[in-house]
Design a protein around this ligand. Structure first.
Ligand SMILES: [Zn+2]
Length: 278
């Protein structure tokens, strides 16, 4: 009879420093493992806009935010790093004083047509003042003032290109490319001060809620999404989806997640850095 050979070779787990979120292949029995280092490509959002020396930059993609939010499922962090991770990344603009925004609800997703404005207002205040989950004072001095309804459409096209600056910051609804929940185009001066910022929210592919439904499966929280978009308007860029998973500024959102309606430490630190630029 064959005897089963029990391998006693304990697989020594090689400590791999700073691996990206890539599963390493299981070591073959008794064999040497040649680990292939796979480096996750950094997602670089947008490009540095060109300054033209005049008062409006922000034409086309270079002045726009990159993809705003996607549906790629964000991994749930094992340890909540919301208040210990102070990572942030900045764009090249900032909001000073009062930014007045308007709402165009004509094409609002029916499920939230009656409640969207309040959720967007909440998110705007969260970002203007720095409302956070970490007990930090919400005392930033910017104001995102709701200016009323607008008939003008957000200047964001269905292909997520920015279509021009009419000087009016409008948030509204429309079609966007696959996997994009919302998209923000921000126009700013040569001094990096925001002139206008338009946000388009998808009204075709996704289901939205403003109050978490009891049996939520695949719908997205409008307030969370808008907190993210308003942080782009404020001047924040994306952080790493995996390393900074608790921040509002991760590029992807998970359905049914309402934990990021308010800021984490990194989001807050980013706003503080922008405030210090004034
Ligand atoms: Zn984004």
């Amino acid at each position: 009879m064959n005897r089963t050979t029990v391998s006693t070779a304990t697989a020594l787990a090689t400590a791999v420093a700073a691996v990206a979120a890539v599963s390493l292949p299981t070591a073959p029995q008794g064999g040497a493992t040649q680990g292939t280092a796979v480096r996750a490509a950094a997602l670089v959002e947008g490009a540095t806009p060109l300054a033209d020396g005049t008062y409006v930059i922000g034409e086309a993609i270079t002045a726009a935010d990159g993809r705003a939010n996607t549906t790629a499922t964000a991994p749930t962090p094992r340890v909540d790093t919301a208040c210990t991770d102070a990572t942030y990344a900045l764009k090249t603009w900032r909001v000073t004083g009062t930014l007045t925004w308007y709402y165009n609800g004509t094409a609002a997703a029916p499920a939230v047509a009656g409640t969207a404005l309040q959720a967007i207002t909440n998110a705007s205040t969260t970002v203007a003042k720095g409302v956070n989950r970490c007990g930090k004072p919400a005392t930033f001095t910017t104001t995102y003032k709701y200016g009323g309804t607008a008939t003008a459409a957000p200047q964001v096209a269905a292909d997520a290109s920015c279509t021009g600056n009419d000087g009016k910051s409008v948030t509204g609804w429309g079609a966007l490319p696959v996997k994009v929940l919302a998209y923000t185009c921000t126009y700013f001066s040569s001094k990096g001060v925001v002139l206008a910022s338009d946000t388009l929210i998808d009204n075709r592919a996704y289901t939205w809620f403003t109050t978490l439904p009891a049996n939520c499966a695949s719908a997205y929280d409008l307030e969370t999404t808008m907190a993210h978009e308003r942080l782009h308007t404020a001047g924040l860029a994306h952080v790493d989806q995996t390393k900074n998973a608790s921040q509002v500024m991760t590029p992807a959102s998970s359905p049914c997640d309402t934990t990021r309606r308010t800021l984490a430490a990194g989001d807050y630190a980013g706003l503080a850095a922008l405030a210090a630029q004034r």
